[in-house]
Design a protein around this ligand. Structure first.
Ligand SMILES: [Zn+2]
Length: 90
């Protein structure tokens, strides 16, 4: 279950375990002032972008691996992207 972090009008910080579909808490646990959810510490994958992992080379992150040159990157990615486009079209 994710942990959400709240901050109330009086500056209290507190955390609450909530299910992702639960409505956010509205009151501070300490002083009952109105509180807002400010951070969720859900373990999301890094960033919100797309990642390709190269299984033949230790699952390295192809899009973000600084040791790859642009041409290496595109030669690894182009067949993958072609497949994706084929699947989308089908
Ligand atoms: Zn408070």
């Amino acid at each position: 279950m994710p942990i959400y972090e709240y901050r109330c009008e009086n500056g209290h910080l507190f955390e609450a375990y909530q299910h992702i579909i639960d409505p956010p808490l509205e009151k501070c646990k300490e002083c009952e002032a109105s509180a807002k959810r400010c951070i969720s510490r859900v373990n999301l994958p890094r960033g919100a972008g797309v990642y390709f992992f190269d299984r033949e080379h230790g699952n390295r992150d192809i899009l973000h691996d600084p040791t790859l040159s642009d041409s290496e990157r595109s030669s690894i990615l182009s067949p993958v992207l072609n497949d994706l486009q084929k699947n989308r079209g089908g």
